[in-house]
Design a protein around this ligand. Structure first.
Ligand code: 13P
Ligand code: SF4
Length: 303
């Protein structure tokens, strides 16, 4: 912590000067998550907060699609991205043309797009979803067939829990697609008491081997409530690091996978954008207006 302290102090002072808030995703490293974030959460919680928070500036401690979502919901605020290269393999896997391709293939079916998409894809969709509300959103669609983009695994996991015919785009998350069912069986054999807790971006045969599956906040809530003796979080590494100190009775065991995009965000870069006001995220006004309808429709249905 000694190396981080000067950054944490400087960032917290600059936040006051700029009337800024930092929205930190659950995958941020502990010094960002605990040291400088004003609000932490999963993608849905951060999107809701972006629309409600009173500030002139939002610093998005997360990836680019999250910053775009904040700008879409708070166009009057300055949204700063500490590193414009912090992308997402899911957001990069589909364009608005891809959405139109799916509509042509399944005429009349509504398009539910994961928030892990660009503003253009959100604008081309009917509604968004996150991992915490995907089943609820898909079930709320009137049509029997529902198109989900771009995460094939989230879509298949939702299909297993809903009564809809879910058709999907073949995108995937480079962090969660790496886990295999054999990995989970091996982890359990080596640690018979372990609770395996997986994010729904994992393939369905991996989720089937887990004891619980949920969004990043769902996972944190589960561990806080259940306090298992041993837990393995089948998701990004920072999740366990962020709560290990608060839950000394839980033994968090590895391995885990790191998201190279999330890890591009550092205290140094946060301080830099707050100081220079560089890294401002802009979304075309017409695209933002359409994308806002998809995001707002999701927020309204999730309340
Ligand atoms: P959550 O909505 O569960 O936080 O997921 C976001 C994400 O990018 C997970 O990989
Ligand atoms: Fe995208 Fe996966 Fe990284 Fe989340 S963990 S930001 S889905 S690449």
């Amino acid at each position: 912590w000694a190396v981080y302290a000067p950054y944490v102090r400087a960032i917290n002072a600059l936040k006051k000067e700029r009337n800024a808030v930092i929205l930190g995703h659950n995958y941020m490293t502990p010094e960002i998550f605990h040291g400088v974030s004003d609000f932490v959460g999963d993608s849905l919680q951060l999107a809701i907060k972006a629309g409600e928070v009173e500030a002139d500036v939002i610093v998005q401690a997360g990836v680019h699609f999250m910053a775009e979502t904040s700008k879409i919901l708070s166009p009057e605020k300055t949204v700063l991205m500490p590193d414009m290269g912090a992308g997402c393999s899911l957001a990069e896997s589909i364009t608005a043309e891809g959405v139109e391709e799916m509509r042509a293939k399944y005429p009349g079916a509504p398009v539910v797009s994961y928030v892990n998409t660009t503003a253009e894809v959100k604008a081309a969709s009917d509604i968004c979803c996150t991992s915490s509300n995907a089943v609820q959103i898909v079930n709320a669609m009137e049509s029997d067939t529902v198109i989900m983009t771009p995460d094939q695994y989230l879509a298949q996991n939702v299909a297993n829990e809903s009564h809809k015919n879910v058709v999907f785009w073949p995108g995937s998350c480079i962090v969660h697609e790496q886990y295999t069912p054999q990995d989970l069986r091996d982890f359990r054999q080596w640690n018979p008491d372990v609770r395996l807790i997986a994010h729904p971006e994992c393939p369905p045969n991996v989720v089937a081997e887990a004891d619980f599956s949920g969004s990043t906040s769902g996972i944190l809530k589960y561990v806080h409530e259940e306090k298992p003796k041993q837990a393995m979080l089948i998701t990004e590494c920072s999740m366990a690091s962020n709560i290990a100190d608060e839950l000394p009775e839980v033994d968090f065991i590895g391995p885990c996978n790191m998201c190279p995009y999330m890890k591009k965000i550092t205290l140094e870069k946060i301080l830099y954008v707050l100081h220079t006001m560089e890294g401002q995220v802009e979304v075309d006004v017409q695209v933002a207006d359409k994308a806002r309808q998809s995001v707002q429709a999701m927020i309204d249905l999730s309340r």
